[in-house]
Unconditional design. Structure first.
Length: 149
């Protein structure tokens, strides 16, 4: 019968962690301070939802999280889809006496999909039950027009 003391288990854990090492950086030469880690950016990803069958006229909802399980499998967690509208023309708002740029704060490449939609925390039905949909409808929202869940 094999018995190990606490010190023996601790040594085994330390040795096994050294044996693993930073495996993903050895093969690709990436990682550490590299902005993309072991991943290569893919052009035109994520795909425009409106190009998928059954989603014409709709676009991404609020993105809640992104989890990269591997370089070939990345999960994007979002809340529903919203009507796809054209981006407003970027213009200066001079009638206020200032040179505000409209739309405000939306000039970043990674935020081009985020437009000033209704706040989904207010528009989300209460646990997707009939009572929640009734409250949502009585607030003036139309299911299938304002959002799809």
């Amino acid at each position: 019968m094999l018995t190990l003391s606490f010190a023996g288990l601790a040594q085994l854990a330390v040795l096994s962690s050294f044996a693993q090492g930073p495996a993903y950086t050895e093969g690709t030469g990436k990682g550490g301070q590299d902005p993309f880690g072991p991943y290569e950016p893919v052009p035109d990803w994520p795909k425009d939802i409106s190009t998928l069958r059954g989603n014409e006229g709709w676009t991404w909802g609020a993105i809640q999280g992104i989890f990269a399980e591997s370089a070939d499998r990345i999960f994007v967690i979002q809340r529903g889809v919203l009507p796809k509208i054209d981006r407003p023309e970027i213009r200066f708002v001079e009638d206020q006496g200032t040179r505000l740029l409209f739309p405000v704060g939306r000039n970043y490449a990674w935020r081009d999909n985020t437009m000033p939609w209704r706040d989904a925390t207010q528009a989300s039905p209460d646990h997707n039950n009939d009572h929640g949909w009734d409250l949502w409808g009585s607030a003036g929202y139309v299911r299938g027009v304002d959002a799809r869940w």
